[in-house]
Structures are given as structure tokens and as C-alpha cells.
Design a protein around this ligand. Structure first.
Ligand code: 5GP
Ligand code: ZN
Length: 111
């Protein structure tokens, strides 16, 4: 099982922000902003490249939950949602995840 599959299964503890049957949001262990939450599908999808018509319903659900997760995390003045895919983007955990960042004025650049 990959690291985030273990976190989703509760085998590795995490600081949870939101959880339901199919997705989990938890605090990043190495935050890059005052609020840095990772949002993942519980099923193993390796990256954005692994999204298919067969598994995209969970991704749709994840996106539908973003506004309430952001609100729950206190992101009242805006936020950024990022997903690194593959080596050029420095993806380090091979399980689809979205970084929800905020709690300060973020950089104008994204690279
Ligand atoms: P990536 O580099 O793949 O886009 O993002 C992986 C993220 O997972 C990084 O921001 C890293 O800090 C975070 N991370 C890695 N291992 C753990 C862990 O065991 N627990 C938590 N909460 N975050 C982790
Ligand atoms: Zn996984």
C-alpha cells in the first residue's frame, strides 16, 4: 500500500480536516503556508494522469467538497488548489492529491 493509502486506511495517523466514505482531507506534515491541507481520494489513483471515466466520480466529489473544506480550514480570504503530476512537477507521493494552500497572501507566480 502507498503512503496515502495507509493514511486513508488509518494505518498511519494524520491530522484530519474532513473525511467521508470516499475522500480524506488532512494537514500536510511539512506545511508550505499557514494553512496547507492535502485532499485525497481514498482509492489509489497514482496522479492526475490516472483519472479515467471509471474513477472520475470521486474526483468530481472531491472538487464538490473543496469549498466546505476550505471554509472548515478557515480560508475565508481565498486559497490555491494545486496538484503536482510527475517528475517535472516534483510529485513525491504517487497517490493523487490536491494541495489546498492559504492563510496568507500567496505568491503571484506558480512555478
Ligand atoms: P507532492 O510533493 O507529491 O506534491 O506532495 C506530497 C506532500 O505530502 C508533501 O507536501 C509532503 O509534505 C506531504 N507528506 C509526505 N509524507 C507525509 C505524511 O506522512 N503525512 C502528511 N500529513 N503529509 C505528508
Ligand atoms: Zn495510494
Amino acid at each position: 500500500m502507498c503512503l496515502f493509502c495507509k493514511i486513508a486506511a488509518g494505518e498511519i495517523p494524520s491530522n484530519k480536516v474532513y473525511e467521508d466514505e470516499t475522500i480524506l482531507a488532512f494537514r500536510d506534515i511539512n506545511p508550505q503556508a499557514p494553512v496547507h491541507v492535502l485532499v485525497i481520494p481514498k482509492i489509489h489513483i497514482p496522479s492526475l494522469d490516472g483519472i479515467t471515466p471509471e474513477n472520475s466520480a470521486v474526483v468530481t466529489h472531491l472538487f464538490e467538497c473543496i469549498p466546505s473544506i476550505a471554509k472548515e480550514a478557515g480560508l475565508v480570504n481565498g486559497y490555491r488548489l494545486v496538484s503536482n503530476c510527475g517528475p517535472d512537477a516534483c510529485q513525491s507521493v504517487p497517490h493523487l492529491h490536491f494541495h489546498l494552500l492559504g492563510g496568507k497572501q500567496l505568491s503571484e507566480t506558480m512555478n
